[in-house]
Design a protein around this ligand. Structure first.
Ligand code: NAD
Length: 521
């Protein structure tokens, strides 16, 4: 097996599909260990968000291609699930090294398709890589339990076993990290995997599949299909697929949770967010303002854990002008340009949506303190840029507060006390992440205990847990009962078999059939 792999994108993409007269490259499917051109009659344009140029085309996979992919997963499951756990671990040990070796290549492809800055794109890959590294601990993670001498000569023990074919449906905002939350954890447990990347950023997932193949994953253990609703429905309905991991919007996530569950599948569905940063007047002002600005506007606010809402408590209200001043220093530019802090949004529609939410805030009586709607980026006039925007005087009924904006917009509310702030956060339908900024331990403790949100940071603006823990979004941000990665991820991708056995030194013969319920006592 190669210890090194250099991504050669030519292998994966073909200039000029037979279905298109255009010379734009087409994104291939990954079926049964081969990168293949789709026979699709419908294709989706992929744009560079900084320029809106079409850079490639992705197919809407045909039913035949999707069936071939799932059949390949099912065939591969027979041998992969029986492959020794040490051999599976070795694949992921090699995989983590190959991802590290190719992190810059992967980041470049993320920036071109998704728009985020190169540094941020490397972070995207890195946070996914950490999950792969964690998957390498599978020999401990997948241990069952034992209890000897349940009764005389009788022992009980459990195995964790893979489910079969699992599937992942990914969003556009983390082209590397989120697919890497999915198939490595699923596969290392012995499942085979069908991935449907976001149709807006499919290339990174295909490159990750190439690296996985180079790391020694057998043909069919990972298959990739492309598309939109038809591909999603195919996954929700196909009887061979046992579990679905979804990350994306509430609209899609609730639908997939219902349709997949109805068909008897396990579904974990990570969805939208409205993350509040509560700023106490005793906080370290310098750190807090810097952290707020970074967490609100990094990745142009297109992170599910972005701190998109600030609640200034008591005298911290007076910090607002300084928050605005610091934000003005951020540089809006194409993600591959040196010094860029805030890249473009994913699409003109996303830009239009964000701008209309800013307008709605103004119409409803909020005050736009910093307005990024008319930002100009020289050389990238056609890009989907919105500059950092701060909206003050916001009340909980306004649309800019009730809806997820998913752009570089910070809405600011005020509260008299910590209790008022907690009340606000708990009244919001989403429960993904939150942070409190304070130097008082008792305040922090009260907040972490009383707030009803899955992931809480204390002076940590984006508390995305490392993979030895799980990503624990809750309430309107999550459907399902087992979260992504960590112990819960292993639980999601395995089922438990419990074995009770009795071995007597001398086999005593029963005097007659025991027809009463065995009590094992
Ligand atoms: P999206 O829901 O539009 O797309 C996600 C996936 O679902 C894509 O693969 C897409 O093809 C498919 N899809 C889209 N609409 C669908 C529909 N109506 N029916 C069936 N399938 C559909 O999400 P997005 O715009 O790519 O991602 C942004 C969203 O994801 C935001 O809401 C963000 O908060 C959320 N997100 C959540 C987390 C988390 O862990 N909670 C992480 C990242 C992103």
């Amino acid at each position: 097996l190669p210890l090194r792999s250099t991504l050669k994108t030519k292998i994966l993409f073909k200039a000029g599909s037979r279905c298109y007269s255009s010379s734009k490259p087409t994104i291939k499917l990954f079926i049964d260990g081969k990168f293949v051109e789709s026979n699709a009659s419908e294709w989706i344009d992929i744009h560079n968000p900084a320029t809106n140029e079409v850079i490639a085309r992705v197919p809407k996979s045909t039913q035949q291609e999707m069936s071939a992919a799932v059949d390949s997963c099912a065939r591969a499951f027979r041998s992969w699930s029986e492959t020794s756990i040490l051999a599976r671990q070795q694949v992921f040990l090699r995989y983590q090294q190959l991802i590290k070796d190719n992190i810059k290549e992967l980041a470049k492809c993320i920036t071109v398709e998704q728009g985020k800055t190169l540094g941020d794109a490397e972070g995207d890959v890195f946070r996914g890589l950490q999950v792969v590294e964690h998957a390498c601990s599978i020999t401990s993670l997948m241990l069952g339990e034992t209890l000897p001498s349940i009764t005389k000569d009788m022992d009980t023990y459990t195995y964790r076993l893979p489910l079969g074919v699992c599937a992942g449906i990914a969003p556009f905002n983390f082209p590397a990290m989120i697919p890497l939350w999915m198939f490595p954890m699923g596969m290392v447990c012995g499942n085979t995997y069908l991935l449907k990347p976001s149709e807006r950023v499919p290339t990174c997932a295909v490159l990750l599949a190439k690296l996985l193949q180079d790391a020694g994953a057998p043909d069919g253990t990972l298959n990739i299909i492309h598309g939109q609703h038809d591909a999603v429905n195919f996954i929700c309905d196909h009887p061979t697929i046992k579990a679905i991991s979804f990350v994306g919007s509430n609209q899609a996530g609730e639908y997939i949770y219902e349709r997949g569950s109805k068909n008897g599948k396990r579904v974990q569905s990570n969805m939208g967010a409205k993350n509040h940063g509560v700023v106490m007047p005793d906080a370290n002002k310098e750190n807090t303002l810097n952290q707020l600005v970074g967490a609100a506007f990094g990745a142009a606010g297109q992170r599910c854990m972005a701190l998109s809402t600030a609640i200034l408590v008591g005298e911290a209200r007076g910090w607002l002008p300084e928050l605005v001043e610091r934000t003005k220093a951020l540089r809006v530019n194409a993600g591959d340009q040196p010094g860029a802090d805030v890249g473009p949004l994913i699409s003109p529609q996303a830009k239009q949506r964000v701008c209309s939410l800013i307008q709605s805030a103004e119409d409803e009586g909020a005050k736009v303190l910093l307005d990024g709607r008319r930002v100009k980026v020289t050389g990238y006039e056609n890009g989907n840029f919105v500059g950092p925007t701060i909206i003050g005087n916001v009340t909980p009924q306004m649309r800019c507060y009730t809806e997820e904006i998913f752009g570089p917009v910070l809405v600011v509310l005020e509260a008299d006390t910590l209790d008022d702030a907690i009340h606000l956060v708990n009244g919001n339908p989403y429960g993904n992440g939150t942070a409190i900024f304070t130097t008082n331990g008792a305040t922090a403790r009260k907040y972490t205990h009383e707030v009803d949100v899955g992931q809480v940071g204390v002076n940590v603006p984006i508390p995305v847990p490392l993979p030895m823990f799980s990503f624990t979004g809750s309430r309107g941000s999550f459907r399902g009962d087992m979260n992504f990665y960590g112990k819960q991820g292993i639980q999601f991708y395995t089922q438990i078999k419990t074995i009770t056995s009795q071995w007597k030194a001398e086999d005593a013969t029963l005097k007659g059939p025991a027809v009463t319920m065995p009590t094992m006592g």
